[in-house]
Design a binder for this molecule. Sequence first.
Ligand code: WT7
Length: 643
Amino acid sequence: MDDPHVNNDTNQQIISLEGIKIKQIKDEARQDPNQFWSDCAKNLVWFKEWQQVLDWNYPFAKWFVGGKLNAAYNCLDKHLTTKKKNQAAIIWEGEDGESVTITYNQLFRRVNQLANSFKRMGIKKGDRITIYLPMIPELPISMLACARIGAIHSVIFSGFSSQSIIDRVNDAKSKIIITADGGYRRGKIVPLKRIVDEAVKNTPSIEKVIVVKRTHEDLIMGENDIWFENLVNKESSFCPPEWMESNDPLFILYTSGTTGKPKGVVHGSGGYLTHLYISAKWVFDFNATDIFFCTADIGWITGHSYIVYAPLMHGVTEIIYEGAPDFPDPDRYWKIVEKHGTTILYTTPTALRSYMRYGNEIPNSYDLSSLRLLGTVGEPINPEVWKWYFDVIGKKNCPIIDTWWQTETGGIMISMCPGIENLKMKPGSGSFSLPGIEIEIVDDRGIKIEDGKKGYLTIKKPWPGMLISLWNNKERYKETYWQKAENSFFTGDFAYQDNDKYIWVLGRADDILKVAGHRLGTIELESAFVSHPSIAEAAVTSKRDKIKGETIIAFLVLRKEIQPTQNLSIEVNEHIKRTIGPIASAEKIYFVNKLPKTRSGKIMRRLLKSIVNKETIGDISTLEDEASIEEISHELDAINKQI
Ligand code: WT7
């Protein structure tokens, strides 16, 4: 359990800003959790009140049982009777610098039109719709249109490949895919429709492909392809919202796990939206004049929760940016902050690290004075990067919220809460869990460990944003999250609590990598490598990286008679990009004769990790009864020579 973060003095510095007391709220949550969450849920608009706050049938939680509501109604209709109606919901900024403002009323009309189109196409409550779109307004519009009629959306990040689409569509048995002709990425066009064309050859459930015009490519439209514009323009701008039971699925979002197959995380609406509403209030302290800029892609949970649902429920104005942070110049976020008067910026350590590399002059040349709050998410933030964010971007006036959560938790679980709290920040620590959220750090046996010691981060009690289950796989849900620590949710992260009880999340404890904040499973990557005709075996591990946090390193055993060449290495990497997507490309590939394994055949990835990170390998003798030491040592020597 050695880690450079633990008990490092520079991390313990406290930076204080004024706020309001949180203790009372936490006490209330502890004393009567049902009453507490029930009060939180009353912030939403319900068509019918629930009969029971929580039905906890371990490990399945049902929140606000019997309550009826609609997510799109809570994001849109509710604002139509207020001043919000004609105010900006979305300021969309294109990669080419064009911007478009969409009011709540305009957004409402578009969502309703698309919802009516879905109905005309025979889509019913509970049907699945896959969305494979770049960061354009039609992405949130499509999600909300699904929510309106009770169809379950499954958004796939538009950087994923055809094969990834096939796996996800077939698991969900979606009837429709919504895509675009193309998407812009660093000035180049990603041919999204062509990627979808490849995929739909192998997705029997797909009946129609809806295509948004973005890049105006010359496309061949097949008989099941329909242009988005042609479809929606003729529809009426009102579609009655479906009354959804609180625990009916709102969406499926696939995320990498520790096996080869991504997991379909399912979220509902009553609990999930309650968690989002209240966490956004505590953490972002949203108010009517906020211009909120969350830089995540909507294809990940951050975008689902804190671009689509939470900000719209709160009626704030939000910025959706289409492109890359450094295109055409490494200043895009700062340019956008100045141009639209952003008040809250929510971004990732990877983006900050890459901006920091370009020095202070670039951000200093922009007017960032509109900012009042800065957030980070997705990976641990290094204290030096935290300080740069605080000093150079926030000019020492903006609190920093380091928010820890996961696809599975639905919403933020650990963070400072500027909306309700006295702010004593420690750079690099997310601080404490939110009111009502009980965290515990445990050892291998699931027993609570003392402060200062590194262990597994677990969550002791169900919380409203908790995933409902894994799509069509209750067993995997139980196994993955509920069998490693007794009666607690297993997050898969390492963490420790310091003497002031601040929580420090140190990174994944399992076979999941975080590359530039993107979650990738080592086994998923290894399967992709092995699907190349020249590869017999693969072991994937990660190396620490100054910008991306971690990068992918692959050890590959070639099939008989195949020679390791530079060209083969390039070709294999291209294969990975085609199989999973560009985010999965390896930083370095090593061809080896044998992989270090235990006697039972398990690849010893931890050993490989120590080698690539040039750490001491530790005591190999402890592995003696599991592995053939001689063989491994021999291989490690060979690998070491290559590094
Ligand atoms: C994993 C979840 C949270 C939404 C985006 C990622 C890591 C997330 C932090 C943070 C340290 C963090 C964890 C977690 N992580 N936030 N503030 N500090 N680590 O969602 O793709 O489901 O990944 O991201 O390892 O388990 P995700």
